[in-house]
Design a protein. Sequence first.
Length: 294
Amino acid sequence: MIGATVIILTLFSSVQTAQAAVGDLDPTFGTGGMVTTDLNHTGKPIITKQSATEQYATADDGTPLHWQVVAPMDGQKHPAVLLLPGGGFKHLYSIPAAVSSDLRDAGYCVFNFTEYRLAPPNKLAGQVSDGRFPDQTNDVELAAAKAKTDSRCNGEVFAVGGSAGATHAAWLAGKSLVKAAVLMSPAMQFDDIVSLQNSNFRNDVINYAPGNLAAASPNNILVTNESAIFITAFQHDSMPAPQYNLGVAKLASLGTPNRSELVSGQGHSWDLWPLIKDQAIKFLNTHRGSAEMP
């Protein structure tokens, strides 16, 4: 199965208060989800971040789509990062809070837990369509477009995803809708014969893209290195090994500035973040401000 522990989605149409992150000295809450802390020990609270759930778009079937904003509160515009959750294309699994905190602290406006419609048997609130390909890729394309024009951001958009979310991050890179993407345990080639022998993989991709395995595969839309990709997986990953290998081979054929790293041990998706976060953030930073996005 592509993903980790299931969470129950609660959707909001209005701004919600933030949850204080570990390390907040004085986790009190102001308006609009602002978190304050007396970092200067002056007795005057300083706004250090904002965390709120917002509707970023409405899908073509009327589904409200949300993300959770975790942004530096320094009055500056920052590059945007979409955090795309996995879940076998039919769930949205939780993303560790440390991921958004790490990226925020590195100077990014983070759009955490960016929603996309779900394939059967599940649906988001208000979802009418079946959520199969290309519904989900259409949704993340909307997210990239919205992030590019968001008033808190500087027009640069990046994507970080785990599992199915990494697949969608690769799709955005293939469409040149992000400057760079970090892919943790992605599915890259749905019609790979060896990978389809894994029943969990087979069930997930066929459920998501029945009759469209090749068309829905990110490898098949990666034709330039205009958007850089960092792909990573565990040596013993629940994602079939050929998916990483096929992704690496595709990126190698496109040349630099792509990067790959196979991590020793066992795990999947966001389990990789503590092990590769420094490399991932450095990779994203390398592509900040280097060129205008299309």
